[in-house]
Design a protein around this ligand. Structure first.
Ligand SMILES: *[C@@H]1O[C@H](CO)[C@@H](O)[C@H](O)[C@H]1NC(C)=O
Ligand SMILES: *[C@@H]1O[C@H](CO)[C@@H](O)[C@H](O)[C@H]1NC(C)=O
Ligand SMILES: [Cu+2]
Length: 353
């Protein structure tokens, strides 16, 4: 009888908890997606799958844009819609708490466009740069830059005045890329915030030195050891100077240097390698989340306003902060992208750090 009462008491307690929401989590776990597409590292894909991905990129480069010309008069392709979106929001999506959530969402929306509009069957691949810097590899020899089964290589060396404050240390290129499937790509958006249309080539300006300094396993582990999202996000993005770079700047300046589009804060999605880099940054974030998943599915903070790290202008972002990719998808909230295997996003990584 005593035992029976004990059980009834627990049932009664649970019933009360459910009806009165005493124990209710303000952000209850949401449905988990069952069949995620799996993102793999570039060199884990078969050559056939690498070509399928590159063909899908060629397809989206050829599709007509959907951005109104009143918004961005220079857009010439569906690919440009994404660049214009990034340019228009540059100072509200960098050096803020939603830097990683926004770029997670943006990359997933691009992946979805490749799949639904260009018949691509796979997932967005990622580029694990730790494999391509010492002691593991040599930057320019990365399979990601392969001329036949990759995104092509560096541009020829172009001088910039050595007193140019934007001269990336160790830069080795700067000219138009000379090989690979993107050799004849027309870049229209930029430079910087210019949306009027300036047709030119895709340029790269590798800095193996910069990549070695900021993209190694040591930097990745240091980033993963951060105790909370506020620190993690800040360390991934780093500060605005080259000296204060994090993994994010390591990939952008390692590939784009001073003269390549990847080094342009606004126009960096002009180089399709952008999505390979951001998929890997996203994988670093997911790796960090997985180390304490139930807590870190809800851990979000950081400034709403550009570099307002001490919250003197605005507060921290919260899970209900809105994210927009403009014409490319319906808006969501940060909470919708905290889980890559949730209701809004449905992908996973083949391996994590
Ligand atoms: C990682 O190693 C590189 C190359 O030796 C070095 O320049 C960099 O400062 C190191 N970073 C950290 C966080 O230890
Ligand atoms: C913003 O979040 C950080 C934790 O990352 C916290 O220390 C700080 O007090 C918060 N600021 C405000 C205004 O709530
Ligand atoms: Cu960005």
């Amino acid at each position: 009888m005593a035992r029976f009462h004990g059980v009834s008491f627990i049932i009664l307690l649970l019933a009360c908890a459910f009806t009165s929401n005493v124990f209710a989590n303000p952000y209850p776990p949401r449905k988990e997606c069952k069949n995620p597409i799996v993102r793999r590292e570039w060199r884990q894909l078969s050559k056939k799958d690498r070509l399928s991905y590159l063909n899908a990129v060629q397809c989206i480069l050829q599709k007509p844009p959907i951005t109104p010309l009143s918004v961005a008069p220079g857009v010439g392709s569906r690919y440009d819609d994404f660049i214009a979106t990034h340019i228009l929001q540059t100072f509200s999506i960098h050096y803020v708490g939603h830097f990683l959530p926004w770029h997670r969402f943006f990359t997933a929306v691009y992946e979805k466009a490749l799949r639904s509009e260009c018949g691509y069957k796979g997932a967005q691949p990622y580029w694990d740069w730790t494999l391509d810097v010492p002691p593991n590899g040599q930057f320019a020899a990365s399979p990601v830059f392969d001329a036949n089964y990759g995104f092509g290589g560096n541009g020829p060396f172009v001088e910039v005045p050595s007193d140019n404050p934007f001269s990336v240390p160790g830069r080795t290129g700067g000219g138009c890329i000379t090989n690979g499937p993107l050799k004849d790509m027309v870049v229209r958006m930029g430079p910087a915030a210019d949306l009027s249309g300036n047709p030119r080539c895709l340029a790269r300006d590798f800095s193996p030195y910069f990549a070695g300094r900021y993209l190694g396993a040591n930097m990745t582990q240091m980033t993963l050891s951060q105790p909370d999202f506020g620190w993690f996000n800040t360390v991934v993005e780093g500060g605005p100077s080259f000296e204060a770079s994090g993994l994010h700047g390591g990939g952008h300046y390692g590939v784009g240097g001073t003269l390549g589009q990847m080094g342009d804060l606004y126009n960096s999605p002009a180089d399709p390698i952008f999505y390979m880099h951001h998929a890997n940054l996203d994988r670093v974030w997911w790796s960090w989340q997985k180390r304490d998943l139930s807590a870190r599915l809800q851990d979000i903070s950081g400034p709403i306003n550009l570099m307002d790290y001490s919250n003197t202008i605005g507060g921290n972002v919260t899970l209900s902060f809105p994210l927009s990719t403009g014409v490319n998808a319906d808006d969501v909230m940060i909470q919708d992208v905290m889980n890559i295997r949730g209701e809004t996003l449905c992908y996973d990584y083949d391996r994590i750090y």
